[in-house]
Write a protein that binds this ligand. Structure first.
Ligand code: ZN
Length: 247
């Protein structure tokens, strides 16, 4: 019997454990929830009594959302489309009018999606939270992002740079999810160039003097390079979906 030198044995074991970790990452270890949610779609007509939006385009946005939720076996489907003929609701410039509209049209225990021409001010084209999504007619592509909010995700830039690049305060700062890198984006800052296409170009530093490397493709960012959610984001959403009373 040949004796394997201790160092060789050790590196063999190390290589084997690395292999295991790689596989674990590949499979992502995500729960498969097997949940389907019915969407109650409310479309506001405009002042010319037109819908101003194509049902096929809404269906397309739902399908894109489903692709992003497939890794945790969650899907959404349009179960009912209701047309709101009072065109005053086609523009919801403030929270009071948004609440007034919901008091009339909201279906309980369902995910309600309101589609209108104008929402709040020009900085917002979609909103998500509770059991409600608002989307402007020209902003249907934000459905996946708003669905992320519905299931408890914050923006990756939550706190605008309080999260450190080294991740040491990732559980309490930023979006509270540790596999989304620190993101200094601040929508209130004007005249700042953050990106060149999907490349991050801002040269500001964090409190430790480190350069930021945000995940430009994260759906919960504002960079518009929507590629996906992280494992940590999936786990958070899955936990909230499991405990949800929506159907
Ligand atoms: Zn958002």
């Amino acid at each position: 019997m040949k004796i394997i030198p201790f160092t060789l044995l050790f590196s063999l074991l190390f290589a084997l454990s690395l292999k295991g970790q790689e596989l674990h990452t590949l499979n992502k270890d995500l729960p498969c929830l097997d949940r389907h949610f019915n969407l109650m779609i409310h479309i506001m007509v405009d002042s010319t009594r037109n819908l101003g939006v194509d049902i096929g385009a809404i269906q397309g946005a739902v399908e894109s959302t489903n692709e992003m939720f497939a890794p945790i076996c969650v899907s959404f489907g349009i179960c009912e489309v209701d047309t709101i003929w009072n065109y005053n609701f086609d523009s919801l410039p403030n929270p009071e009018e948004m609440a007034e509209k919901s008091a009339i049209f909201q279906k309980s225990n369902r995910l309600n999606v309101y589609i209108m021409s104008h929402l709040l001010d020009e900085t917002v084209c979609g909103l998500g939270g509770g059991s409600t999504i608002h989307l402007e007619k020209g902003c249907l592509g934000a459905m996946t992002h708003e669905m992320g909010h519905v299931w408890g995700l914050a923006h990756t830039f939550e706190g605008n740079g309080t999260e450190l690049v080294d991740g040491s305060n990732c559980e309490t700062a930023g979006d509270g999810i540790c596999d989304t890198p620190a993101d200094p984006y601040d929508p209130s800052l004007e005249n700042v160039t953050w990106q060149n296409g999907c490349e991050f170009v801002w040269l500001g530093l964090d409190a430790n003097g480190e350069y930021y490397q945000p995940d430009m493709g994260n759906i919960m960012s504002y960079y518009g390079c929507d590629c996906g959610f992280t494992r940590g984001q999936y786990l958070k959403m899955a936990n909230n979906i499991k405990n949800s009373s929506l159907w």
